[in-house]
Design a protein around this ligand. Structure first.
Ligand SMILES: C[S@@+](CC[C@H](N)C(=O)[O-])C[C@H]1O[C@@H](n2cnc3c(N)ncnc32)[C@H](O)[C@@H]1O
Length: 286
């Protein structure tokens, strides 16, 4: 991808996250936080360590990292969306966290000192980047030898969720069709594909932990509010205003397939946690 196109793509992604900054992960539907917390747990951050949260958003991984590294450690969170950073910075102040720094920066080239972090995470970020292999090589250089990286990405969704998301398909321009997971092709389509990406950036001991994350809605209106509150907002924005009621009605009908005995709707998504270590003696000699 040429640099202009890459910059435009990243700016478009950041603009969407700016628009959702006030509601992201805050509409009473646990989703991003449980995923990020499992990713952090997978890396076992220790008191006193220096952690980096790449694409921090509203801090789903940042708070867990801050808890783990404690008062003697430090966490840097970066994100390209200024409104996300501003909101998360306010929350860090409200939480009284003196050990957290928040930066507006591009994950592709964050301009941070080399070998300055013990642990780095990027939860649900890598697939948004124009050049994931290059970004991973950069993150490798930010870690000390022996430092750990963890990235979370999406695997498959259950059939009910796929059918639900399909209500948007007729409205989506081709470049948006793949926005959520980079699709069923390419490196994000399998555990092995993401592991290869991470290993190719120089990481060793690369492994995957996968789990099912469920999300539960009390009704279609709650799903509507939630889907406007994160990256799927772009899908709603692609639907002309006068047709959104029609899309919601179709979604409500499809949600019925996921109704459980308690009357709520539960959908399931496979989440992949891929972790690796910067070797103490790098095979590249760096
Ligand atoms: C799905 S959200 C995940 C946020 C957070 N990690 C979480 O788990 O809730 C993706 C985040 O990545 C950020 N992002 C996307 N492209 C980025 C880039 N090139 N540089 C830095 N942040 C980026 C977005 O602004 C957004 O906050």
């Amino acid at each position: 991808m040429d640099p202009n196109e890459a910059a435009q793509r990243s700016a478009r992604v950041a603009a969407v996250f700016d628009r959702v900054a006030d509601t992201y992960d805050a509409v009473g539907v646990p989703w991003f936080t449980p995923i990020a917390e499992r990713l952090v747990t997978e890396l076992s951050p220790a008191p006193g360590e220096r952690a980096l949260d790449i694409g921090t958003g509203r801090g789903a991984a940042l708070w867990a990292l801050a808890d783990a590294v404690g008062a003697t450690g430090h966490v840097t969170g970066l994100d390209l969306a200024p409104a996300m950073v501003a909101a998360t910075r306010r929350e860090a102040a409200e939480r009284g966290l003196a050990t957290v720094t928040l930066l507006v920066a591009d994950a592709a080239d964050p301009a941070l000192p080399a070998a300055s972090f013990d642990v780095a995470v990027a939860s649900l970020v890598l697939f948004f980047l124009p050049d994931p292999p290059a970004a991973l090589r950069g993150w490798h250089g930010l870690l000390v030898p022996g430092g750990r990286l963890g990235v979370s990405t999406f695997g498959s969704r259950d059939a009910a969720w796929e059918q639900l998301d399909d209500v948007f398909t007729p409205f989506l321009p081709p470049q948006l069709l793949d926005a959520r997971t980079s699709g069923t092709r390419g490196p994000f389509a399998s555990d092995a594909g993401v592991e290869e990406l991470v290993a190719a950036a120089g990481f060793a001991e690369v492994r995957t932990a996968s789990f099912e994350q469920t999300v539960t809605f009390v009704d279609a209106e709650q799903w509507r509010l939630w889907s406007w509150s994160h990256g799927q907002r772009t899908h709603w924005e692609a639907v002309p205003g006068e047709r959104r009621d029609e899309v919601l009605a179709a979604a409500a009908e499809r949600l019925e397939a996921a109704r459980d005995r308690t009357g709520t709707f539960t959908l399931t998504q496979q989440v992949r946690l891929t972790v690796g270590v910067r070797p103490v003696v790098s095979p590249r000699g760096t």
